[in-house]
Design a protein around this ligand. Sequence first.
Ligand SMILES: [Fe+2]
Length: 259
Amino acid sequence: MNSTTGGSRAAPEAAMAAQVPHSDRRLVAARRALVARGVHLVPAAVTTSLLGVANETWERFRAHWDELGPDTYAAEQGTCRLRRYGRFAWSAATDRVRLLPRADFVQPENSNPLYIGVSRTLEPLTESFAADPVLRAALRLLGQVATALDDPAEWIAKVHPFRVIASEDANGLPTPEGRHRDGVTLVSSLLIGRHNAAGGESAVFDPDGRRLLTITLDEPGTLLLGDDRRTLHSVSAIRPVDRSHPAYRDVLVVTFAPG
Ligand SMILES: [Fe+2]
C-alpha cells in the first residue's frame, strides 16, 4: 500500500522549504489578496518556489497520485474518482505538523449538500505520503496563509488527494455535489497534473452567487486559495481530448479549520 517513493528520503530542497519566512513578500501578497477578495490564485512558479520544489522532487510527489483508492461515495453519484484522506494538526506558535489518528470524514452543516450528516470512511494516506516533505511544506505554507483569516491556537488540516477520471462514455466530475462550501476557514486546491483532459474549470462565487473567479488550473503547482466562510466553489466536468483514451485530473485539496 505504501508508496515506492519513500517518505524518509526527504529531498533537501523540500526540507528547506519548511522555513518559508512569514515576511516573504510573495506570501505576504497572497495573504493580503485572500483577505481582500476571499479568493486568490498563486501561480505555479510562486508556489513551487515557496515550497522549494525542484522538478525531480515534484515528480516524486506526483507519483503518490498513482496510488489512490476508490471513492465509493462518488461512484454512487456515477463519478469515477480516486482519493485518500488524512488529518493533521498545525499551530502557528510551533510551526509543527502532526499527523492525527485515522477518522471518518464528516462535513459540518451548511456545507456540502450531498454529505451533510454522512460519515465517510476513506482510504488513509499512505505512510510515505503523510511523511512526504513536500506535503509537510505545503501544510506549513497553507497554515501561514490560514493565519491571515483567523488565529486559533491550533488548526486542523484535512488532506484530500483526488484523481478524477473521464472516459469516452463518462465525464469526470471533480465536484459531483456542484457549487458548495466545505464548512472550514481556508480551502485550497493545488493542481498536481492533468492528462488528456479538457474542461475542469474552477469557479468561485460569493454568497449572493456573484462569480469572483473562473480559472482552469492547468500548470502543475498552481494553487487556488479561498476563504470558505464567504465563498462557494465548484469545478466543471472533465472529458478526454483524445476520446480513445481516458483523461484524468489530479489535485491536492487541503482545508484548514480551527481545532
Ligand atoms: Fe469543496
